[in-house]
Design a protein around this ligand. Structure first.
Ligand SMILES: C[S@@+](CC[C@H](N)C(=O)[O-])C[C@H]1O[C@@H](n2cnc3c(N)ncnc32)[C@H](O)[C@@H]1O
Length: 334
């Protein structure tokens, strides 16, 4: 056997051995977010004080703090723990850049993943109670994690700059925000369910000082009137939760809402055409398998044909994070 393939086999074995433990860091981080530890660890705090403040058991808290120390999220001096310098950029502040809501979202998706074998057996998603509020944590978290990519999309978006922008299933409105900021006369229209508009969009847009630049359209996007004459309709992280016919129907609604020369941007994790090269969209499809009736990730070719079927003219692809296949696919009004 060639040395190269021996090394590959050994590496694969190491990867398999590590797999059993790979969810542990994520779950420890999610528990710390859920317990509200990060904000309290902005100042050095002893474990016994933290246990008293949070109503936690001392044994459990010390073991969690030690694990977070090992992960270099916090550090320990004498008997006090505090956030490391690098972690303070993402955790503890509770502001728009905080990753904590995203970590808390893990609690919401973990049961679905645990149920995956059963989901595949019965061909129906994990059963959970309807709760629009579940999107609040996710979309508040997405506002922080999307921010650099949303800025990049706006900078690279082909001229002319859009003035009237509809953000469908907007969550916090993180994809439309940079377009509204960039043009003094631009106006955003945020469409989502009322609980999400109240819990995520209005809070986020208030924090970034844009509340008066937005109109809110509460409701179900299959039923609500979207309005007309938009320069840009954004479908961000939305199509992956739908089946092909639903995507075409949504794109048709987008096409009808555009003014002359208007454009649609589908922002999503795009699978490569052979569905074997870029890993993340393939894993993310499983997240949609366990949580939706018809969702999965799609290739650029599939999106182009959905766009054409909806009467749109696909134009360009703007890659936002190639490592995870995140891209915006643009189409012009037909
Ligand atoms: C994964 S989040 C994406 C949020 C945002 N576009 C982003 O990328 O950050 C999906 C959003 O679509 C909204 N949504 C899903 N189905 C909807 C429907 N039928 N009507 C209105 N909003 C819906 C959810 O409430 C949620 O805010």
């Amino acid at each position: 056997m060639a040395d190269d393939s021996k090394t590959e086999i050994a590496e694969f074995g190491r990867w398999l051995r590590g797999l059993n433990f790979s969810v542990m860091p994520a779950m420890a981080m999610a528990a710390a977010a859920e317990l509200g530890l990060f904000g309290r660890l902005l100042v050095p705090t002893a474990a016994r004080d933290l246990a008293r403040e949070t109503g936690c058991s001392a044994r459990g808290l010390v073991l969690l703090l030690d694990a977070l120390t090992g992960l270099q999220v916090i550090q320990k001096q004498d008997d006090r723990y505090f956030l490391t310098e690098k972690a303070r950029h993402f955790l503890g502040t509770g502001d728009v850049d905080s990753f904590e809501p995203f970590l808390m979202h893990l609690h919401q998706i973990a049961p679905g993943w645990l149920d995956m074998a059963e989901v595949i057996r019965r061909g129906a998603p994990h059963q959970r109670e309807a709760d629009d509020g579940r999107y609040v944590n996710l979309t508040r978290g997405l506002a922080a994690t999307n921010r650099p990519m949303a800025d990049l999309l706006q900078r690279r978006f082909p001229d002319p700059p859009p003035q009237k922008i509809l953000d469908v299933g907007c969550g916090a409105s993180s994809w439309s925000r940079p377009f509204v900021v960039a043009e003094p006369g631009a106006r955003g229209f945020a469409l989502d369910r009322p609980a999400v508009l109240d819990g995520a969009a209005k809070v986020f847009l208030g924090e970034v000082g844009l509340l008066d630049r937005y109109t809110f359209l509460p409701g179900d996007f299959w039923e609500t009137d979207w309005g007309r004459d938009y320069d840009l309709v954004i479908l961000g992280h939305l199509c992956h939760s739908l089946g092909p016919e639903q995507i075409v129907a949504l794109l048709r609604r987008a096409n009808a809402a555009l003014g002359p020369g208007g454009r649609v941007a589908v922002i999503d994790f795009i699978a490569d055409e052979t569905r074997q090269e870029v890993l993340f969209p393939l894993l993310f499809a499983l997240n949609m398998l366990v949580h939706t009736d018809q969702g999965r990730t799609y290739t650029e070719g599939e999106y182009r044909s959905f766009m054409v079927e909806a009467g749109l003219n696909p134009t360009e692809r703007l890659d936002l994070t190639e490592a995870v296949g995140l891209a915006a696919l643009i189409a012009r009004a037909g």
